[in-house]
Design a protein around this ligand. Structure first.
Ligand code: FE
Ligand code: FE
Ligand code: MG
Length: 178
């Protein structure tokens, strides 16, 4: 490519950037359908809210000799999931979408489920949260592959969340003594 042609491209890019200014960070070079990415991120938002609720409920209810340690880990993870929910919501807003916190549709959009157990059954709680972590590890990997190079910022955001979920799963395995 001749040196001059890149200058020409820059001029065209500058012109395109000035069109549809209200789209903010979404420019003509955005490689996905923003509506599809927003819909997927609203599933992630719902999933993270359900995970925050489940960990919080288990942290409050857990009883027994190992309560302090297990409830402490659940509380830590609950805070992490709430942070993930906020990251998804902020990204939806950046893409021009509406973050959907509607309680009526959260369970239907979430990849994971909300389960409760006897307060003394710490092992069942640990196993259920481990199952949930393994579900999101799978679905987030699929979303990352689907995003490819089309939206590097959303992909990087999900890669960071995925790394946290893998750490959560590892923490739970350690507590289960598996
Ligand atoms: Fe999470
Ligand atoms: Fe997690
Ligand atoms: Mg932890």
């Amino acid at each position: 490519m001749a040196a001059g042609s890149f200058t020409t491209d820059i001029t065209a890019i500058r012109e395109r950037a000035r069109q549809k200014m209200a789209d903010g960070p979404v420019t003509g070079s955005y490689g996905k359908d923003p509506e599809e990415v927003i819909a997927v991120l609203n599933e992630v938002l719902a999933t993270e809210i359900v995970c925050w609720m489940r960990y919080t409920r288990h942290a409050v209810s857990a009883t027994g000799i190992n309560r302090a340690q297990v409830a402490g880990e659940f509380t830590e993870h609950a805070e992490s999931e709430r942070g993930h929910a906020m990251l998804a919501a902020e990204r939806i807003s950046q893409l021009g979408g509406e973050p959907d916190f509607d309680p009526a549709t959260i369970a239907g959009r979430a990849h994971t489920t909300y389960e409760t157990f006897a307060d003394s059954d710490l092992e069942a709680m640990l196993r259920d949260n481990l199952t949930a972590e393994r579900i999101v590890i799978t679905t987030y990997q699929e979303i990352i592959r689907w995003l490819g190079d089309g939206d590097p910022t959303t992909r990087r955001l999900l890669e960071g969340i995925l790394a946290d979920e893998e750490e959560h799963a590892d923490d739970l395995v350690d507590l289960l003594g598996a």
